[in-house]
Design a protein around this ligand. Sequence first.
Ligand code: COA
Ligand code: ZN
Length: 305
Amino acid sequence: MTERRVVITDVGPRDGLQNQQKILSVEERIALVKAIAAAGVPQIEIGSFVSPKAVPAMAATEEVFAGLANAGFTTPTLALIPNMKGYELARAAGAKTVTMVLYASEGMAQENAAMSMAEAEAITLDILALAKQDNVDVIATIAVAFTCPFDGPTEPFIVTRLVNKFLQAGADQVVLADTIGAAHPQQVRDLCTTLVNSHGAERLGCHFHDTRAMGLANVYAALESGIRRFDSSIAGLGGCPFAPGASGNVATDDIAMMLQQMGFDTGIDLKKLMQASDLAQKFTGSAPGGRAKAWLQGSLAKQVS
Ligand code: COA
Ligand code: ZN
């Protein structure tokens, strides 16, 4: 990956849709994923294998996988899993990359997955061993890497320990998630700089929510620290049903625009991204759209295509 290449993973079809009032049909979920891919987004988290009682919107993720496979879909896709059962379901559905959740606080581990931090770590090690045999990539996402809604601010050493442990254990990537959108850029820069100095940036990523309007500032701080992988959500969809106060992810619309203006290569076509963003808004009725969307649409409309 070159210095100027930034890899965006759109997590809207998972992190976004799991928290909407309206539950989308499998067909709508597939159409949204296709629209995001058509805009050139290189990776998409298309769902999760979690208890359908806990997250009804993510039921039938295996049908989303099947529908995309039938359509000859080629953009790399990810599925979030909380436990071993999730891994088995994801593998059966044909997932090539899974995102397993680790926790930087006991409170979040209990609320989100009814397990301890240590249990999540042990299960992740088991999943890593299986995934090697199955040729499945594993991304370890550290929830509440900056602040937990239950346990308060997260000590950085908790996160650095998890990052060290799981990069050494062979995780393909480790992602720092600001689950409730409480981080500020100074904190992000300090932690990311420490981690990039120790490990390089190739296998590190960040996942920010925009709750306190610091999503883009946090992306910039991470970028300045060398991070080149970011999760974001089409039309700013998002939130976590298990983390009070979490609002949408930083919008793919905004982050793609900022990176393009700064001369980074994301491979994203903003005009087509606006079509995906419109679709997300149409399907959900509640997606806010990127904060620059009105300006972006006006500006793109003036361009000769
Ligand atoms: N996928 C589908 N079903 C699952 C599952 C998975 N990964 N893991 C457990 N289940 C099912 C069990 O089979 C059981 O089903 P049953 O009631 O029909 O017998 C039920 O869920 C409860 O299983 P249990 O092991 O007792 O789990 P729990 O009640 O302690 O819940 C989780 C733990 C992790 C399954 C649940 O809290 C969950 O899915 N949370 C989702 C977390 C999430 O998506 N967070 C947002 C992203 S970070
Ligand atoms: Zn999130």
